[in-house]
Design a protein around this ligand. Sequence first.
Ligand SMILES: Cc1ncc(COP(=O)(O)O)c(C=O)c1O
Length: 352
Amino acid sequence: MRSGILTTGNPNGGPKVREFERIFAEFIGVKHAIAVNSGTSALYAALIAAGVGPGDEVIVPSFTFIATANVVLAVGAKPIFADIDLSTYNISVEEIRKKITPRTKAIIPVHLYGLPADMDPIMELAEEHNLVVIEDACQAHGSLYKGRKAGALGHMAAFSFYPSKIITTGEGGMITTNDDELAEKLRRIRTHGQVKGYDSVMFGMNLRMTEINAAIGIAQMKKIESFLQRRRKNALLMTEELSSLDDMIVLPTEPPGYTHNWYVYTIRLTNPSIRNKLQSYLRNEGIGAMVYYPIPLHKLPLYERLGYSKISLPNSELASQSVLSLPVHPLMSEEDVIYVAEKVKEGLRRIS
Ligand SMILES: Cc1ncc(COP(=O)(O)O)c(C=O)c1O
């Protein structure tokens, strides 16, 4: 704040924005990172840069946060929902294949809870059908897929720095890409398509990140490795503590070749009818057990009104009814994790 530059309309951003972008690009292992004011803006800008618009279809999962599909509506295109694999909660490659039509322009795979989607076959499909792949990496800072970071796997990727995320800037987002042309477009898109000022060469909006948010981001990046280590330690301990309950709950997986960032630690109740009771029990014990997400997007009033009510995505629907996320965040000690696991066991004993 003392620098006197709070923000700038320059497409290249102010000094703090550029520093944050450089550090983030290096962390992900990509050529370019473009900071914006939210994860939603990052996805929106990526769709504009990809030239997605009216008449186009974009394949997205339904079991995700609403932003993944709403950005498709925002550019005037049509979200096409594909079902997930129940073992990873991520979009199923086979289901994507079934949904491709001549109108399909892009795919937005979400790395849900921080576990990367199966990107190799998705990129192969995209190449075969000439589609743009935008990773929704809003939950996947630091996750790895076959040795490469999430955010370096598609044509573009979107990150969020909302307070609950791995790192935060208050509100904020980032687009990563290895494509020089897309990067230049994205810088313009975040500031009304301007190059030097008042000379819009293309469509854009004010999606800029402020210098204040970027300064917070730079400070957060110094801590990201320790945050990730702490989450991993907590998640592995949680799995150890809960492993005796494998007839009642399905624990989250980290398949070979994948590194989870443990943004969200999600269990699934084999009997969905007790999920809400267990959540209430845990919340009464002061534990922030959450359901991400209780309603798949195609069942939300907004999308039902848009005509999606008749589609059936059985895995997404079952996941919504049976998942429960337990806290493993970096402020939790080993004792806290053991306490949560004990309460899960106690809750299950009392309810069932
Ligand atoms: C999967 C997913 N996509 C998109 C977003 C949107 O990010 P933001 O809240 O920063 O707009 C979020 C986070 O909230 C998210 O979890």
